[in-house]
Write a protein that binds this ligand. Sequence first.
Ligand code: GLY
Length: 370
Amino acid sequence: MRKTVHVELGERSYDVVIGPDLLAESGQLIAPLLRRKRVAVVSDENVARLHLESLRDGLAQAGIDMVALELPAGESTKSWPHFERTVEWLLEQKVERNDVVVAFGGGVIGDLVGFAASVLRRGVQFVQIPTSLLAQVDSSVGGKTGINAPQGKNLIGAFHQPSLVLADTSVLGTLTARDFLAGYGEVVKYGLLGDAEFFEWLELNGPGLSAGDMATRVEAVARSVQMKADIVARDEKEQGDRALLNLGHTFCHALEAATGYSDRLLHGEGVSIGCALAFELSARMGLCPQEDPSRVRQHLKTMGMKTDLADIPGELPGAQALLDLMGQDKKVVDGKLNFILARGIGQAFVTSDVAPSDVISVLEDALAER
Ligand code: GLY
């Protein structure tokens, strides 16, 4: 049931191994990267409580010793104070240039630890062991690392590719249904942006995947990672095609800002609503068939995901205020907003040619349904 996706980036190439029970084999898989049999693992308290001992055992199978740092769980960990603590802890552990640092957790841990590895002794190798669906299909692959600034999310960081990614699909079993479905928002995104056949496959297999079918989970993660690997190989530093991965994200970032990056809306939930809105906007502009937005929303609803602005609890600002929040997005170039729109399911493209009045009317309609 195991699959391996290769990310081809010349001397920075690496494998993403996907399958159940990989923690048990982590030692054997990581050993070829090591000069000495010792790794420094950074995790969060929740992941550590559930899975750190399995990782320790798996590493020990190959005679690898492990030291571990546990950070608090949650987005606020992606900040200077925890970054400083992590870097200093790694130095205290005497991590050397040829050692390997392991990021063991969801997107927050992967981003923070990857960034710490990028600056430690001017760059050490790191291995991603992503434990959330969102991290397995998106943030652990592609080398974007960083922390949040008071001015906005992910504004401080570096491109630093991992040396190996181990996506153990068994650990997804301990996620809450809400976290799992939030990650599924990023899976659907891949079908919507570039592979209509994958979207059809998800329409058929999504419910089984959500119920825990392991073969389907491995297949969905592997197909998502393959799409990301292909895009990253073409455009590592996001000068072009990589922006397609931001389908749904312009709307999502405005909604996350409007809800204060709180529990009211998880990132993957914002992506799901954002994808639905991006298809509404594409249909309104006459770019994609009129029936596509309802097909997208139908699948998201069948999966029990957040799909509409009405699914976000509490107050939301008006359409103009949401548009203004989009203007603060880091995808603004020369004052123009970049949108990822679609000519159909599986046919996304990047454009800055969008009339604000069209965005406003899509948002007004969506707000009116609340
Ligand atoms: N999450 C979008 C990217 O990695 O480019």
